[in-house]
Design a protein around this ligand. Structure first.
Ligand code: F6R
Ligand code: ZN
Length: 185
């Protein structure tokens, strides 16, 4: 393994050297956003648009790795575009999210039911403690780009958030970003 400097475009999340990437599309979020009719309408009007993309840089054998997540602005009904949200498989593994451009909200919840949010804005580095579920929400009108870094062995556990969502919803209420309790809890 050798040291390396990777250039990251703060507006697109593109990295000068990467080892993998994937994107998530609107149709994969059926049942995730609450307003199913709004989701189907958007699919019919705009097609299966990409709502976010993840690029990673992983050196085999290293303990840590990093990458970018680039999220389009938008809403399904009153809900802002968001990531799936997950716990890490390993409960002793945290993460950091460093926002480079755009604005958003990082939703966090512990297994015990504590909820927290951290504002995502350029220059802010969010600390995600071990065993806190995390979901990013793009609450702005621009693309949201953040760099994340965690242990390669952290893993993802999507099941609980996929089943019920996060405890808090992030909604546009008359133009302001508003948190509302998720009725599934
Ligand atoms: C890795 C991590 C990020 C997210 C990415 C997409 O542990 O937290 O790389 O995986 O922002 O979010 P999810 O995976 O929740 O769809
Ligand atoms: Zn994570």
């Amino acid at each position: 393994m050798l040291p390396e400097g990777v250039a990251i475009d703060p507006l697109t999340g593109a990295m000068s050297s990467s080892t993998g990437e994937y994107s998530k599309r609107l149709s994969e979020f059926r049942g995730v956003y609450r307003d199913s009719a709004a989701l189907e309408k958007m699919l019919a009007e705009r097609g299966d648009i990409e709502t976010y993309r993840v690029v990673e840089h992983r050196q085999p054998g290293s303990d840590i790795f990093f990458g970018t997540t680039t999220m389009a602005p938008g809403k399904v009904g009153y809900e802002y575009f968001m990531t799936r949200g997950h716990y890490h498989e390993r409960r002793d593994r945290g993460e950091i999210y460093y926002t480079q451009s755009g604005s958003g909200l990082l939703l966090l919840q512990s297994r015990q039911g504590d909820v927290r949010t951290v504002e995502m804005k350029p220059g802010t580095c969010a600390f995600i403690p071990p065993d806190w579920a995390h979901r990013s929400v793009n609450t702005g009108s621009a693309t949201l780009v953040f760099v994340w870094c965690c242990n390669q062995d952290a893993g993802h556990d999507y099941a609980e958030i996929a089943a019920r969502g996060m405890r808090q919803l992030v909604l546009d209420r008359n133009g302001s970003v508003t948190l509302a309790p998720n009725p599934n809890y």
